[in-house]
Write a protein that binds this ligand. Structure first.
Ligand SMILES: O=c1ccn([C@H]2C[C@H](O)[C@@H](COP(=O)(O)OP(=O)(O)OP(=O)(O)O)O2)c(=O)[nH]1
Length: 156
């Protein structure tokens, strides 16, 4: 069952009026990065190397950005702290899909704390303004979770 926004709003910081949806919560754009260089990954993560993320937009300083087609990494403005019995899933706002833009996202684990990042695929040029609402997070209960998240992206 989805945990409704009147409960899940407690897991997110910096919420403004107008972010609560019917079953989830809209997330705001904070920063946009270009990916530069290659990544590397193996089974144990020993050989994990992340490519460089080059900052091209910061909502704190910039008003808007015109984005060409391509892929970008976006960081959201809300700090989330997920309870140990829940997980979060993020979907793009349908407005972005209608514009030819989407976000690829992974599982937000029980116990995760931080500012999440998503891959943004711009398939049709778009102008984005600071703190635009980009995607929606919904939370689900996890029965018998296998511990809580304590990986390299925690508290980032
Ligand atoms: O699209 C997403 C999905 C999740 N997260 C955050 C929350 C999640 O709990 C954490 C780690 O995600 P995941 O477990 O998928 O990462 P990993 O690549 O397996 O990293 P690790 O080796 O630290 O588990 O990153 C994001 O920033 N973006």
């Amino acid at each position: 069952m989805i945990i409704g926004p009147n409960i899940s709003k407690e897991f997110l910081s910096d919420l403004k009026e107008g972010q609560l949806q019917q079953c989830g919560i809209d997330l705001k754009l904070d920063k946009i990065y270009k990916i530069s260089g290659n990544g590397s990954i193996d089974f144990s993560n020993e050989k994990r190397v992340l490519p460089e993320h080059v900052l091209i937009f910061d909502s704190e300083k910039d008003e808007k950005i015109d984005l060409e087609c391509g892929i970008y990494v976006v960081k959201i403005n809300e700090k989330m702290k997920i309870p140990e019995n829940l997980a979060g899933f993020v979907l793009p706002r349908s407005t972005f899909l209608r514009m030819g833009v989407t976000f690829y996202t992974a599982v937000h684990d029980p116990g995760y704390e931080g500012y999440a990042s998503y891959l943004m695929h711009v398939m049709n040029p778009v102008t984005m303004y600071k703190y635009a609402k980009i995607a929606q997070i919904v939370f689900f209960e996890v029965k018998n979770p296998n511990g809580t998240y304590d990986g390299i992206y925690n508290k980032k």
